[in-house]
Design a binder for this molecule. Sequence first.
Ligand code: ADP
Length: 670
Amino acid sequence: MTPSRHLLRTLAFAVLYLLATLAGRLTIMDGTNLSLVWPAAGVAAVWFAVQGGSRRIAYDALGLSIITMLVNVLTGAPAALAGVFVLANLVQAGLFAYLIRRWLPSLWGAGGDEQITRSWQLWRLVAITALATLAGVLVGPTGMWLLNGEYSPTAAAVWIARNSAGTLLVGTALLRLGALRRKGGPCPVRVALRGAVVEGTVLIAVSAVAYVGVFTLAHGLPLAFVLLVMTVWAGSRMSTTFVILHALAFGAASVAFTLIGDGPFAAIESNPLRALVSQLFVAVIAVIGLALALGRDERVALQLSADEQTRIFASVIDAMGEGLAVIDADGGMLLRNPAGARLLGVAPISGDKMASTTHYGLSHTDGTPIAPGELPFQRALATGSSHAMDLLVRNTALPEGRILAVRATPLPLEVAGRAYAVSTFSDVTADRRHRDELAAFAGVVAHDLSNPLTTVEGWSSEVADELGDDAGLPADGIRRIQRAAARMRNLINDLLAYATARDNALTPGTVDLTDLTTDIVAGWADRAESTGTPPPRVTIGELPHVHADPAQVRQLLDNLIGNAIKYTATDLIPTITVTATAGAGDVRVTVADNGIGIPPGQHVAVFDNFHRAHREAGYAGTGLGLPICKRIVERHGGRILAEDNPGGTGSAFTFTLPAADTPSAARLKL
Ligand code: ADP
């Protein structure tokens, strides 16, 4: 700040302080040198706080000292006593400035540019005021005692009450008006009335009548407490600025009435006690009014930020390209976005209920109808885990049909005592058609390559037999042809299995998983024996029956057990456990191994077509086994996932299938 600005502000505060000191000295009580009010305490506190950031604060201290000295001496105080008052005022204002700049630095006047807006700021201000006043009281009445030889505890109490009330009321008013002025905003009176001009005027009028009634009518009753109603009215309904000005004006009025001998406080005989009670009254109305107003402002601010968040949340959901709906088990909709309605083509029948699948024209992608309870949100709610499914939508608005990828996940929290699932869906028509075409093409190619490959295999085996165990180029070449043909056979077999898993109609039935797994394991043991490797050690737990296509479940388990054997370090005997637990309508089967495990970050990718995580390690394969498994499981409405084996090294693959003889089995579209 420039020196001239600092000087100007010092002058402005000095004038204000002078007026406040004069006003205070005008209220000296008979037979004492104590003023009834001390508004100068508030002015000095804010003066020092505002200028406290500057190194030229010494000028302010000098100004304050000269004014205090002059006014006191001119109004009849002995010079020595005036000196004590100077010291007390300096200590009090100095400590206030120091503490407010430390504890409330964001406020205007304390280094920042905010107004008091929070209750905690008020309580801090009250604490700062109390500490500063206590420091002042250690100097003031003690100095008086040193000079007069007598210490008056009542005078000390009056000092505390008077200076606290002065600091709180005048101080908060100055801090607020300063902050308003600094922001260059509208006039403080307009801010104070904040659109409530009529109510503000009525409140002022009623307060005026009430104060005049309580203080001037000769009823002789201590009715001051009635006036709290005005403060509560102001605090709960009007702006904080209004509340401060209201408390200031009517606090001053109550002091003025007391001074001229009117009202409930004037009836108190003792001068100091009269001052004490009237100042306590002023301090109490100031604190109650401010606490109410700030508490209300906080609630409004919270409400506003909650509203703001709701608006942001709603606009994000509305702007989403994916459809989103939050639905309960009966189809009751808690929320849905416009994209949801757009993707379904037709408008919902009723605003808050999921319409029937026939209304939207929903079916499985192959056109078969959806069984009751089979939609992903219904399954998610029934099983407590997320479910995904492709659905076909065909209706008057979408005669060509549209494929939606739908995923539903149960919400972890209930809303008003109801469980909901959040369903997201997006248009995957182009993607799925493209994928289907490619898959169909791969199936045809695999089929057509099978015959020529059989010829290659047959003739190379003939030639190999002819050549016997010969070493040398022709025999070696034939062995290479045979190995290449075997790899090609694997690929063709996997492609054909993939096409079968994708497209072949399922023939469901009850499958005894224990029998099936035992049979598959026996097959792998035979294969190990024929290649001279140790057979795998397989532990088969108690496996419940499932309702599924037996051929596809065989393919699924065969792939998983085959992988568990294949992806095991060469010096280890593959050790595998197949266990199952029965869930809500589903059976959850886990195949765990002691193999080389899946590299971190690839547990989802291994289910992608042709993804191979151990290509470099020399393990043969096509990268189609797990996609086949995924397809089989999903066609049965289940899920499959890969994890690290929680029981040790290796991996664990877990899939779900419908349990036999349960409603979910009956629902299964097969
Ligand atoms: P592949 O024909 O290569 O075995 P899959 O689709 O069956 O193809 O598996 C994909 C990849 O997942 C494999 O290449 C392998 O890296 C990894 N994988 C599958 N099963 C296991 C397992 N039991 N242990 C470790 N890695 C596995």
